[in-house]
Design a protein around this ligand. Sequence first.
Ligand code: SF4
Length: 323
Amino acid sequence: MSTPLLEARGLRKYFSLRRGLWARPMVLRAVDGVDLQVGKDMVLGVVGESGSGKSTLARLLLALLEPTEGDVLFMGHSVFTLKDELMRAFRQAVQAVFQDPFASLNPRKRVLELVGEPLRIHALVQSRGELLERVRELLQAVGLGPEALWRYPHEFSGGQRQRLCIARALAVEPRLIIADEPLSALDVSIQAQVLSLFAELRRQRGLSYVFISHDLRVVQYLSDTVAVMYLGRVLEQASREEFFRKPLHPYSQMLLASAPSLEPGRRRAVPKGDVPSPLEVPTGCPFHPRCPRRFSPCDQVLPKLQAPGGGGRLVACHLYNPY
Ligand code: SF4
């Protein structure tokens, strides 16, 4: 098998917190042993409720945070030991689009500067004329006209601002975009347009994505592979077809049953309970307090993420894997 574009190996990120000066430090397990691979021209959808560790995972994959344990490899090289040229190559090849497009754009800069900045930083243009031409092309690629060049971020709608963020990410011709909830700050009517833009850009440019969302409809539309996160762990990983045809993990089943309008007319189930605090992760299977199918070992023994009966599909549940 060829080397993956990006790989997480045994990735853990714990934060030490104190609730008062004299209180004992507590450990928040934001990401707790994640293994993932993203290949060329592949979309990995990462789904889970709020508090599942998705955004911390994104920041680790982008090397914006150092892991407590484990590693992130870009084309086989640890991103945390990259120096100079290699780090620049990683920063160019792997770009990010975040949830809040307004916070991502400096309000005092015009679009020409905002979208042109990465081109100048990576010395991808030699003259102002070239810069203007490239930024116009990028705006066109994300569905904005050349008149946008001279405007400030506050002059755009939320959807248009997210298009600017995407243009900025595309400027350096990345191979992979890590998109962390890029639709959730947008109106529902705009979400579909921006989602189509992500799909179109993938088709045109052969991009790979790690697409992080709490919304299963988004993941279903765009992903080749789905990873379900809960309390910092991956509980199930499967191809999109397998996952949406028959989710195996009880948590995946609960997410799907409570997702809005995956089948029009179907009534949504209400998810049972809330995600526990990552400061107090339950013993055994982290999902056991909410699981309708828990049995004797579930509150004691942590299930491993394994392929039941071989194959590529992975699930962390005692129902499928002997313990
Ligand atoms: Fe439910 Fe047990 Fe499976 Fe966890 S291991 S999901 S508690 S059946």
